[in-house]
Write a protein that binds this ligand. Structure first.
Ligand code: C2O
Length: 362
């Protein structure tokens, strides 16, 4: 059956590194009335174009910072408050919920076909809240264009310590001009002929990143299962049924560039590498939302690539899986995967920028 979170079951999240473990409270504030609204996109609204973070101008930045400042200043128990937003990730990613009708089954949105839909809707509501806070329903938040040479460093707008976009829990050794390494988060790339790891020159790093993108978006992502990840089903009788355990298998981008960026940004601070280096804390870094903007953009791009199998799944068990979010008016909304397949239906798309990795066959 489709996966559905059981709101009333929300409990502490478990953060487990394999070596150490802790529990954190991440559940959303209680519903005032127990009303859950089924999501409906606002039809006919104009398309909001999310800009690349390294290309925005100061008028845009001022607006974005104002919205973030206001989100951080909301009462702590307002579900739209920034920490509450961050906790959504912690709850859905660290097993706070069980599934409707199956109290013994945990819900986890990573490393399965729920990855892209969950994060798309998470960002959608985050963006709607920002827009509401500055009275601009057309506001579109920035994406971190890490798949393109000029976007391969942490975007400057997130680096001013006095900005609401700043987060002190990051790896300071990875400030610009240090380039991201999309190769599985490994700090170095091993050249073919030697056993030694060595530091790439900037040009080599850019090339390597473009190859990695080509690999993860084109060559190894020819089917929905490769790109999105494996099926994850609710209501299993036995944990050994296929697709029943959380985290069956992630898709190429999720496992690859996505994780690499999390590791690149998170502080070198064992054991949990907050903020970006661990799912429970990742949403506390404003850069998270720009990072996932680009991940989400990859879903749109993937669907435009050639090949008849590059289409989303059409199984109802995927399409009817659902998530719960508070919207910009603090109402609880149920969204199904089928509601979020097309970003234009949700009223947004991405600024069109060059995609050099399309021409970077390894
Ligand atoms: Cu829910 Cu980038 O992780």
């Amino acid at each position: 059956v489709p996966i559905e979170p059981e709101l009333s079951s929300c409990g502490e999240s478990t953060v487990d590194t394999g070596k150490t473990c802790m529990n954190v409270p991440c559940c959303p504030p209680k519903l005032k009335d127990s009303k859950i609204i089924d999501f409906e996109p606002l039809l006919g609204s104009k398309i909001r174009y999310r800009p690349a973070a390294h290309l925005v101008d100061c008028d845009y930045l001022y607006k974005f910072e104002l919205a973030m400042e206001r989100m951080k200043a909301l009462p702590v128990d307002d579900p739209r408050n920034f920490m509450q937003q961050a906790n959504i990730h912690c709850a859905y990613c660290n097993g706070a919920y069980s599934q409707v009708g199956f109290p013994d089954q945990k819900l986890e949105v990573h490393y399965s076909w729920l990855f892209f839909p969950f994060h798309r809707m998470y960002l959608y509501f985050f963006e709607r809240i920002l827009g509401k806070l500055i009275g601009d329903p057309d506001f579109a938040m920035p994406f971190w264009n890490w798949d393109s040479p000029c976007g391969m460093t942490m975007p400057q707008i997130y680096l001013d310590p006095y900005s609401p976009l700043y987060d002190e829990n990051r790896n300071l050794e990875h400030q610009p001009d240090v380039l991201v390494n999309l190769n599985d988060g490994k700090p170095f790339v091993k050249p073919k002929k030697t056993d030694d790891f060595y530091e790439l020159t900037k040009r080599e790093q850019i090339k390597s990143n473009l190859y990695v993108m080509y690999q993860q978006m084109v060559r190894s992502a020819k089917t929905a299962s490769c790109f999105h990840g494996a099926a994850y089903l609710g209501g299993c009788v036995s944990e050994t049924d296929i697709g029943c355990t959380p985290e069956p298998r992630g898709g190429t981008i999720e496992n690859g560039a996505h994780i690499a960026i999390h590791k690149f940004v998170g502080a070198k601070n064992p054991p949990y590498n907050e903020d970006m280096g661990n799912f429970y804390s990742a949403g506390r870094d404003p850069l998270f939302y720009a990072h996932h903007g680009n991940v989400d953009r990859m879903w749109n791009i993937w669907k435009t690539l050639q090949g008849k199998k590059r289409r989303d799944f059409d199984e109802n068990v995927w399409l009817n899986s659902s998530f719960l979010f508070y919207d910009e008016n603090a109402n609880m909304v149920r969204v199904k995967v089928r509601d979020c397949l097309d970003s234009k239906t949700l009223g947004y798309d991405y600024q069109s920028v060059d995609i050099p990795w399309l021409r970077s066959k390894p």
